[in-house]
Design a protein around this ligand. Structure first.
Ligand SMILES: C[S@@+](CC[C@H](N)C(=O)[O-])C[C@H]1O[C@@H](n2cnc3c(N)ncnc32)[C@H](O)[C@@H]1O
Length: 261
């Protein structure tokens, strides 16, 4: 099922939570010498107009990025690389364009790094391809992201990050993300994996986390959750979660918590 379109939610509080953590991880990886291979299983269209009809309809960006963009103190607390990526798609200003995770990563990664982006939705895939057309470091695939990433790894020598960012419209996606994590690390012990998940009253993310805990120990699995409303109010998504898996003995400095944890 491919009805989800991220334009309705781009630049919301969950995007800020996820993109901030992504920027911090990539900042650390690019501070080291090794080339980085970056993979996204669910890339989206990469560039979002936060003043589009769709974004205005939900008002999520207005309560998220567009609010932060006018708040110097909050901006100062964000990774410089994140803020700079937003400026990069706005001729130096802070809106109304917003970079999705592919353009954020492309902005931080270096000439020697490579990006592999998977997107199944035909229109999102076309928009994604258009957004990154001129960047020769990037390969875009219209294919299932889980199968696609597993078919490409492990890349020789490179350090690597895999972002898994499904819409979770279907219950089985929680289990699918956990199964993917197990398969990824069976093939590529050196990877870092970042999985985004929603905090919803039904609590389905617990299924994802308990499945991850069966495969990965405490030191290797870290989580970060942020809440913006009362979970018991029963009114949809009340927060955003991130699970990061990384075998800490492989990567110096990787035991640091992700943002907000
Ligand atoms: C939450 S959005 C991605 C947002 C993006 N990662 C960002 O932060 O800017 C999820 C995207 O995954 C796509 N998608 C859904 N199932 C997929 C699959 N199995 N493989 C690849 N893409 C998929 C959807 O069409 C949608 O564009």
């Amino acid at each position: 099922m491919l009805s989800y379109q991220h334009i309705y939610h781009a630049g919301n509080a969950a995007d800020i939570h996820k993109h901030r953590a992504l920027a911090e991880i990539l900042d650390r990886m690019t501070a080291r010498g090794r080339p980085v291979s970056y993979f996204e299983t669910h890339a989206g269209r990469a560039l979002y107009d936060l003043e589009s009809t769709e974004a205005l309809k939900t008002g999520e960006a207005a309560r998220g990025w567009l609010k932060i963009a006018g708040d110097a103190r909050t901006l100062a607390d964000l990774p410089k690389s994140y803020v700079s990526a937003v400026r990069g798609v706005n001729d130096g200003a802070l809106g109304p364009n917003y970079p999705g995770s592919p353009l954020l990563a492309a902005s931080i990664l270096r000439a020697q790094d490579r990006l592999h982006l998977f997107e199944l939705h035909p229109k999102e895939h076309a928009a994604l391809s258009e957004s990154v057309l001129s960047d020769r470091r990037i390969s875009v695939y219209r294919a299932d992201g889980y199968e696609g990433v597993l078919s490409l790894i492990p890349p020789p020598r490179n350090a690597g990050l895999v972002l898994v960012d499904p819409s979770y419209e279907v219950k089985s996606e929680y289990g699918q993300a956990a199964e993917f994590a197990a398969e990824l690390f069976a093939r590529w012990r050196d990877a870092t994996l970042l999985i985004w998940y929603p905090l919803l009253p039904a609590g389905r993310h617990e299924h994802l986390l308990s499945a991850l805990r069966k495969h990965f120990g405490d030191g290797d699995l870290t989580t970060s959750e942020t809440c913006w409303s009362d979970p018991s109010s029963g009114r949809g998504m009340y927060g955003s979660g991130l699970a990061r898996v990384c075998f800490t003995r492989n990567v110096p400095g990787s035991g640091k918590n992700i943002t907000g944890s």
